[in-house]
Ligand binder design. Structure first.
Ligand SMILES: C[S@@+](CC[C@H](N)C(=O)[O-])C[C@H]1O[C@@H](n2cnc3c(N)ncnc32)[C@H](O)[C@@H]1O
Length: 417
């Protein structure tokens, strides 16, 4: 790696992020939505990726390894490979120890993202980069470097900061650059930041917006505080800026991780959005929400034709769970609970499991086609009509697809209802 003095590298050498203890690695698997490979496959490739031997994933700016490890767990025993790149040697040491604790092989490289194309690490089908590109001096250069590492059919899962939701944070960052300048030792800066935050006047914007940064400090201590309030290189994006940034890097936004959050009608049901294009709707949703701190999304190559998943009513398509059920949560709920209940990023799904729905959802095994499942349902529930069975499937699928739980994968033949 080129040895250039970098306050970003110094920060993550001193405070690897997120703080993780390899000794407690087996207590918990840290999962993310952009790390869900079946979901990425559904959104970016219409389920056409063959996630097995030869499939290659890069975690760019992997830090202490959450995404790299989560993805490697999903790929265990498949012959697919995971590579991690990061600027901080200390973070990589932790990530490697975590992988060892799980018996996972991950190929880690100490390098800048901007230099990754020169490492000779080959091309990747899926590149995930969470909370990293907004810390580069030139995020466009980082995106271009990653774009050059994509296979022709590959795509990305990215998370960058949202501007409006971090308003209070940027006001505090500016203040702290004055009263706790980078010339001071990190411990002094942290102490001043902690005192300042504790003494904020109740009327201060940052006191109203305390929840936008306090959670990070509570969860990750000094590493969290440094990351959120004392970072040297940190920019955020509005929706139009994300679209422009991606376009200038030869990419396009395929889908936000939680598309429903980017629908203005969620916040303002009476609003007429009929004249707005997609970007305008998303931008309006961001402004109506007011506090989105992060934007997580899938991005596809701009030069690749979109590969849509089959529609909900394709009888020859295969309904497929999109969530890696590592803790058996879905399996258990389908077996014994009155409803499917999941919370994702503050969003709650509650889907009542009447006997019909329970049987139908339990028969989704990633092999049977929708046609086969509906034929089985007709045999088990002969008093239901075709229309009823299709309606029940449509309702369940719409709720679960929007919640990133269920998708359709192309089967051998297609044949819609
Ligand atoms: C906020 S942490 C995120 C870590 C990880 N992606 C996650 O989501 O848990 C940012 C990471 O990006 C790394 N980083 C920052 N700039 C980088 C660059 N130019 N090249 C490679 N890594 C970089 C830092 O060392 C740090 O580990």
């Amino acid at each position: 790696m080129t040895a250039i003095a970098s306050p970003v590298r110094d920060q993550y050498e001193a405070f690897p992020y997120p703080p993780r203890d390899p000794g407690r690695e087996l207590d918990q698997l840290h999962t993310t939505l952009i790390g869900q490979l079946a979901l990425a496959n559904h959104v970016l490739a219409g389920g056409h990726w063959s996630i097995g031997s030869g499939f290659r994933v890069l975690d760019a700016g992997c830090g202490t390894g959450d995404n790299a490890i989560f993805i490697a767990e999903q790929l265990r025993g498949t012959g697919a490979t995971v590579t991690g790149v990061d600027l901080s040697e200390h973070s990589l040491t932790i990530a490697a120890a975590r992988a060892r604790a799980r018996g996972l092989e991950i190929d880690f490289h100490h390098a800048r993202i901007e230099e990754a194309p020169a490492l000779g690490i080959g091309a990747f089908d899926y590149i995930v980069s969470a909370g990293v590109l907004h810390h580069l001096p030139d995020p466009g250069a980082g995106l271009a470097a990653l774009r050059s590492l994509l296979t022709p059919g590959g795509g990305m899962g990215l998370m960058v900061y949202g501007q409006y939701g971090r308003t209070a944070i940027y006001q505090l960052q500016e203040l702290l650059r004055i009263i706790a300048p980078p010339t001071l030792a990190a411990e002094q800066r942290i102490a001043i930041a902690r005192r300042t935050v504790a003494e904020l006047r109740a009327e201060h914007w940052a006191a109203f917006g305390r929840d936008t940064f306090a959670g990070e400090i509570e969860l990750h201590g000094d590493a969290g505080l440094y990351d959120v309030l004392l970072h040297s290189t940190d920019r955020a994006y509005t929706i139009p800026q994300i679209h422009e940034w991606l376009a200038s890097g030869g990419m396009r936004l395929a889908r936000f991780i939680m598309p429903v959050l980017y629908e203005p009608s969620l916040y303002s049901p009476s609003l007429d959005t009929s004249g707005m294009n997609l970007t305008a709707r998303q931008a309006a949703a961001e402004l109506l929400h007011g506090r989105m701190q992060k934007h997580s999304f899938f991005a596809a190559r701009a030069d690749a034709p979109p590969l849509d998943a089959p529609p909900w009513h394709d009888l020859a398509a295969i309904p497929t769970w999109l969530r890696f059920d590592h803790d058996g949560l879905i399996r258990r709920q389908l077996a014994e609970r009155p409803e499917l209940h999941l919370v994702y990023e503050g969003f709650e799904l509650r889907l009542t499991l009447d006997p019909f729905r329970r049987v139908m959802l339990k028969s989704i095994d990633g092999r049977r086609t929708l046609g086969e499942i509906l034929v089985e349902m007709a045999a088990r529930y002969p008093k239901t009509t075709v229309q009823e069975r299709v309606r029940k499937w449509n309702e369940a699928y719409a709720a679960l697809e929007q919640f990133n739980l269920l998708g359709m994968r192309a089967g051998a033949r297609s044949g819609c209802l």
